[in-house]
Ligand binder design. Structure first.
Ligand code: CP
Ligand code: NVA
Length: 312
């Protein structure tokens, strides 16, 4: 069964197909065309953490494709009311796929382990694959092609950074993380990328300005992710020199785009003048969550439609 727990579950060639479907559906939507490719399919959203973009983009995306969704919060008692297998096997009787936002990545893995229904990772502590797909879609729109482009992530080596590093490896982009000591990406994750994609260009530096000087895109995310609130003061101190501000942007080429997965803590990891500048694509990027995920849903649930309608 096809799951998307991380971008390790998809090949570069299939990723390109998903992105091509996303672009196709985005341009159809701009003309008012909402093809019912997933008519009467039902998507569950099982969320343990707050969300605006992920929830709304999946719910609207499947609705535009002729399907429907249901949001499952705390009250369904995932991991509390009954065994994981009873929960998942029952859910699989009712819905066609589930998007899971979990505090711990292994909770999503457990859900997928029963092969009762396709599981899509809607963010865990380890990675955020749907975010990275939308980010690449945004860069494709900005640059036409992403191969050889340099993405510089200024901030924490977190879930978002992990998926970006991997997607850059898949699409032959350069990835640099500029972060303070102690906030690097997970070593096992990096090893897995190196094994799967030996040619990957992934670097970690502590000097954000030197990395910015060759950046095609500068990306940042919050210094304190959901669930890390008790570390907020220490993180503020550690990341103080890693703000994406006018001074950092002055070190970057004039064509450099600015990305942020949102929600942002304005004035912390990024300043108002930069996030609101003409170089910033953050709003388009957030909108692309829906288009990228529509591509993913069609690829997971109706590949036949792709074979007869889209050339990657
Ligand atoms: N970027 C993102 O995943 O946003 P939400 O937490 O609002 O879903
Ligand atoms: N790194 C952030 C991303 C939010 C979309 C978090 O996990 O809270």
């Amino acid at each position: 069964m096809q799951h998307l727990l991380s971008l390790f579950d998809i090949t570069p060639s299939d990723l390109k197909t998903v992105l091509a479907v996303a672009q196709d559906l985005k341009s159809r939507l701009a003309k008012g065309d909402r093809p019912p490719i997933l008519e009467r399919r039902v998507l569950a959203l099982l969320f343990e953490k707050p969300s605006l973009r992920t929830r709304v983009s999946f719910e609207t995306g499947i609705a535009q494709l002729g399907g429907s969704s249901l949001f499952l919060g705390e009250d369904v008692g995932w991991g509390k009311r009954e065994s994981a297998s009873d929960f998942t096997l029952v859910l699989g009787q009712f819905v066609d796929a589930v998007v899971c936002r979990a505090k711990a990545h292994d909770r999503c893995e457990q859900l997928a382990s029963f092969d009762a229904l396709p599981v899509i990772n809607g963010l865990t502590d380890l990675c955020h694959p749907c975010q990275a797909m939308a980010d690449v879609l945004t860069l494709l729109e900005a640059f036409g092609d992403v191969k050889g482009r340099h993405l510089v992530f200024v901030g924490d080596g977190n879930n978002v950074a992990h998926s970006l590093a991997l997607i850059c490896a898949m699409l032959k982009m350069r990835f640099t993380l500029a972060c303070p000591d102690g906030y690097e990406m997970n070593g096992d994750w990096l090893q897995r990328i190196a094994q799967r994609y030996p040619q990957a260009s992934i670097e970690r530096v502590s000097d954000a300005k030197s990395a910015a000087s060759t950046a095609d895109a500068i990306y940042t995310d919050v210094w304190t992710s959901m669930g890390q609130e008790s570390e907020m003061a220490a993180r503020r101190a550690a990341f103080a020199q890693y703000q994406v501000n006018a001074e950092l942007m002055a070190a970057a080429p004039s064509h450099t785009r600015v990305l942020h997965c949102l929600p942002a803590v304005r004035g912390e990891e990024i300043t108002d003048d930069v996030i609101d500048s003409p170089q910033s694509d953050v709003i388009v990027q957030a909108g692309n969550r829906m288009h990228a995920q529509k591509g993913l849903l069609v690829w997971m649930l109706n590949r036949q439609w792709i074979d007869s309608n889209v050339s990657a």
